[in-house]
Design a protein around this ligand. Structure first.
Ligand SMILES: [Zn+2]
Length: 394
């Protein structure tokens, strides 16, 4: 889930929101002000209900955020880098940068969020029940306590990618030592639960509660596709494990000279080869990367007068990976990088080029049908025989 706008930075963690989040904020405020609070705390003014609804919705998102922060801080403690937290239509997502190293770490990270929800829910309800408060404050606290506990229970359903599903995967992983199989089982539970929600949702909608039913089905669709995506990711990770960057990269990419004009770059290099990006070379060293897109903002009549190095991405903005690295370790970072390509260091010099397109091609070859293992063996054979990359490249 990519954030559309930034909300701020907490404990060094970037917090953002997706546009879909605003939709839910509006929906919650409306349903609280028009339905929930007038029912639970009758006799207050419309203005009070609206104020209660706005405060409750904000605090609800604060508690969602704290739930995700629980995951994120535990992840940091377990050595998993955090990219950020995004609030969106189904709550929050903590985005991790690395792989979770062990079943124990996965278990702790998955449980940390629900633990936070439990504390918030219990504290709000205890406060509302035990301390005499004005009706409006009491109403907001009751609802917050209740909604956090509902969230807790929903999140603990053992269906991937819900927290309960992650806990299930961690337990299976720990018991069997097989992460891939554990992912398959947890994801199958997620898909089953997703389908159940969709069917239930349509029934509920058919019997009158149209909005609630459709919402349920919508959540079901989301779970179903998220579980599928997770399986695909795990399969891709497995397929790419053991493949070296050197086998997939373009070993001697077409380069552009730092001192040449954009006009020559476009005419002689871009139109002649039609790759998306080219390493920029000065005195035999790679100093950057240039793509057709980097040239585009310059007006055409200026092309003869602007040099390639003026438009190139400097070296420090480019991902550089090692030729000997495992593709499975490199791909997550590559996929996230804005350029979706990396320079490859061979013998200490950045001479190769690796793009997500190269990776996609390899993945297709490696995962088509059940031929993956045969192909992997074949690849191994050819690689050792010729000492050259053996995967098909177009
Ligand atoms: Zn969670």
């Amino acid at each position: 889930m990519t954030p559309t706008f930034r909300l701020g930075r907490v404990a060094g963690i970037e917090v953002g929101a997706n546009w879909s989040w605003l939709l839910v904020v509006a929906l919650i405020v409306w349903s609280l002000a028009a339905g929930v609070f007038p029912d639970s705390n009758p006799g207050l003014s419309d203005g009070t209900y609206l104020a209660m609804a706005v405060v409750a919705a904000l605090l609800f998102f604060v508690s969602l955020f704290l739930h995700e922060l629980g995951h994120a801080l535990q992840a940091q403690r377990d050595g998993v880098a955090i990219e950020g937290i995004t609030l969106w239509v189904f709550g929050g997502v903590a985005r991790f940068r690395g792989e979770i190293p062990s079943a124990g770490a996965e278990l702790r990270i998955a449980a940390a969020g629900p633990a936070v929800s439990l504390v918030i829910g219990a504290a709000c309800l205890a406060f509302a029940v035990l301390v005499p408060l004005p009706s409006a404050v009491d109403g907001v606290l009751h609802w917050l306590g209740y909604i956090n506990l509902v969230l807790l229970v929903f999140n603990l359903i053992p269906a991937f990618p819900l927290d309960g599903g992650r806990i299930l995967r961690a337990l299976l992983w720990r018991a069997s030592g097989d992460r891939r199989a554990a992912t398959r089982v947890a994801a199958a539970a997620g898909q089953g639960f997703g389908i159940l929600l969709i069917v239930t949702g349509f029934f509920v909608a058919a019997f009158g509660a149209v909005f609630g039913g459709l919402w349920l089905a919508f959540v079901g669709f989301f779970l179903l596709s998220a579980a599928e995506a997770e399986v695909n990711m795990a399969e891709a990770h497995m397929a790419l494990t053991g493949v070296r960057v050197a086998e997939v990269m373009v070993a001697e990419p077409v380069t552009a000279d730092a001192g040449m004009s954009l006009q020559r770059f476009i005419d002689e290099i871009f139109f002649a080869h039609r790759y998306t990006a080219y390493p920029v070379v000065m005195d035999g060293e790679t100093v950057g990367l240039i793509s057709f897109r980097d040239a585009l903002p310059v007006p055409r009549d200026r092309w003869p007068w602007v040099l390639v190095r003026e438009r190139a991405r400097p070296r420090d903005e480019i991902l550089v990976v090692d030729a000997a690295s495992d593709l499975a370790d490199v791909v997550p970072e590559l996929a996230r990088h804005e350029l979706r390509r990396a320079l490859v260091r061979v013998d200490g010099r950045a001479t190769g080029l690796l793009s997500m397109t190269d990776v996609g091609r390899v993945l297709e070859v490696l995962t088509v049908g059940r031929a993956a293992t045969t192909l992997a063996a074949e690849r191994q054979k050819r690689f050792t025989r010729t000492g050259r990359p053996a995967l098909p490249r177009t």
